[in-house]
Design a protein around this ligand. Sequence first.
Ligand SMILES: NC(=O)c1ccc[n+]([C@@H]2O[C@H](COP(=O)([O-])OP(=O)(O)OC[C@H]3O[C@@H](n4cnc5c(N)ncnc54)[C@H](OP(=O)(O)O)[C@@H]3O)[C@@H](O)[C@H]2O)c1
Length: 350
Amino acid sequence: MKSKINVSIIGGSGYAGGELLRILLCHRQINVVGVTSRSFEGQSVTRAHPNLRKITDLTFCHPSKIPKCDLLFLALPNGVSMGLMSQYKNKASKIIDLGADFRLRNKETFELWYRKKHLLPNMLPQFVYGISELHRDEIRKAKFVACGGCEATVSILTLYPLIKHHIIKTDNIIIDAKMSSSQGGNSPSLASHHPERHGVVRTYKPTDHRHTAEIEQELAPYTNKINVSVTATTIEMVRGLLVTIHAGIKKGISLKDVWRAYRTEYIDEPFIRIVKETDGNYRYPEPKILIGTNFCDIGFELSHRENRLVAIGAIDNLGKGTAGQAVQAMNIMFGFEEKTGLEFPGLHPV
Ligand SMILES: NC(=O)c1ccc[n+]([C@@H]2O[C@H](COP(=O)([O-])OP(=O)(O)OC[C@H]3O[C@@H](n4cnc5c(N)ncnc54)[C@H](OP(=O)(O)O)[C@@H]3O)[C@@H](O)[C@H]2O)c1
C-alpha cells in the first residue's frame, strides 16, 4: 500500500465532480493531479467551485491533457464514459465511474432502460458495483468500480437487510423518492429555471424509473422474485434524497425481527445509522442533517393492522449517493482506512 496516491477527475466542473474534489482535497493520502473541464479549461477550479477558495490553486485542464495517475474518477453525464473508456483506461491503473454506463451487468438491461446501444459491453463484467456495504471484498480487488445511482443506493441500503432476512414480501415493493435539484447536474434547462423550479412538489417519474434496474439487480440474489416500483418527486431542496418504501410483511414478523435484521447487517458499518426514536423532532431519517456527509440514515415502522412495513432511507445525493460512495470505495481499493476523508459529521442547525 502506498502512503499517498495521485488521482484525477474527468468532469470536475460538475456537481458530482466538485463534491469529489472537495472531499479529495482534504484526504491526507491523496494528491489531486488533474481536474478536467472543457468549458473552464485554463481557469481556476474555484471558478466552478467557489467553496474551494484558499483550499487549492488547481486549474482545470482539457480532458485530452489529463496526466497519468494511480486512480481516475469519471464524473461524466450518463452515456459518455462508455464512449471514452478505451482512452481513459490507459491513463490509470484503476477507474471509478460515477455514471450509469457500467452499473448494470447485462447489456440488454442497459439498452432497455437507457434506450441507447451500449458501446462497450465486453467491459461490463469487469466492473464491480460501488456500494461497499454489499461488495467490500470485490471492491478491494477491483480495477474498475461503477458507483450506484443516488436513488438506487439509498433504496438498496434500506431494503437489503429486509430482503436478506426474509422480513418483507418482495413481489410488490413501492419506493416513493423525494429528490433534490442538484441531482439534475449543473446544466440549466426550463425545468430547472428558478420560476419553474422554485417551491415545486413535482412528480416527474411516477413509474418505470431507470434506477429500478439497479435496485432489482443488486437485491435479486437475496430472494426468488423481486418486483420494485419507483416514483420520483422533486421537491424544494438543493441537496438530499429521501425514500419512503412500502412493502407487505411476511407472516409472524415482529418489530424485534426488523431490528435484528438491520443490526445484524449494519452494526459494524461506519456510515449506516439506524434512526428510529419515540419522541423529538428527528425520530426518522432526514436528509437535511446529512448534507456534506457520507451517512445513510435508515428508519422504519411496522403496522400489523395494515400488514405493512414502511422503511425510510435518507442520504446526501452528492455524498453517499455518489462522491462519498466513490471515496469510500477508493479507500478500500487502496487499503486506506475506510473512513479517511469522510469524517465530516454534518451540520445542525442547517
Ligand atoms: N448530481 C448527482 O446528485 C449525482 C448523483 C449520483 C450520480 N451522479 C452521476 O454523476 C455523473 C455526473 O453528474 P453531475 O450531476 O455532476 O453532472 P454535471 O453537473 O452535468 O457535470 C458533468 C461534467 O462532465 C463534463 N463533461 C460533459 N461532457 C463531457 C465530455 N464529453 N467529455 C469530458 N467531460 C465532459 C462537464 O464539464 P465540461 O462540459 O466543461 O467538460 C462537467 O464537468 C452522472 O453520470 C450522474 O449520473 C450524479
